[in-house]
Design a protein. Structure first.
Length: 110
């Protein structure tokens, strides 16, 4: 019933479109600053923080092992994926309004 309302009501559709474009713009500008900004983007600090956090090690041992053994040694690749795929492409996908579900899913899991 709620989905039907969202699809058939033009006011709700317009509000959701404006919201989608605004969020897409925020993601795009954030990614743009990471890729083309003066400092660039490096995820290794975050990854080292995860590895050094004892709570993560105790509560999420699989995630901790992945970050320590896969992500941290390849932090340049993960930085590239986060900046380009995780923010710029998701932002463009949301602004364009096409492929709305794949950019959302990529943003959630990146």
């Amino acid at each position: 019933m709620f989905i039907k309302f969202l699809r058939e009501n033009t006011v709700a559709s317009a509000i959701l479109a404006v919201l989608r474009i605004y969020i897409g713009w925020q993601w795009l500008t954030s990614g743009w600053d990471k890729v083309f900004g003066p400092e660039g983007f490096d995820a290794s600090g975050y990854l080292q923080g995860v590895v050094g956090n004892e709570e993560v090690m105790e509560q999420y041992p699989t995630y901790h092992a992945f970050i320590e053994n896969v992500a941290l040694p390849n932090s340049d690749l993960f930085s590239f994926i986060v900046a380009w795929g995780g923010e710029i492409f998701v932002g463009l996908g949301l602004i364009a309004g096409m492929l709305g579900h794949p950019p959302f899913l990529y943003g959630v899991y990146s």
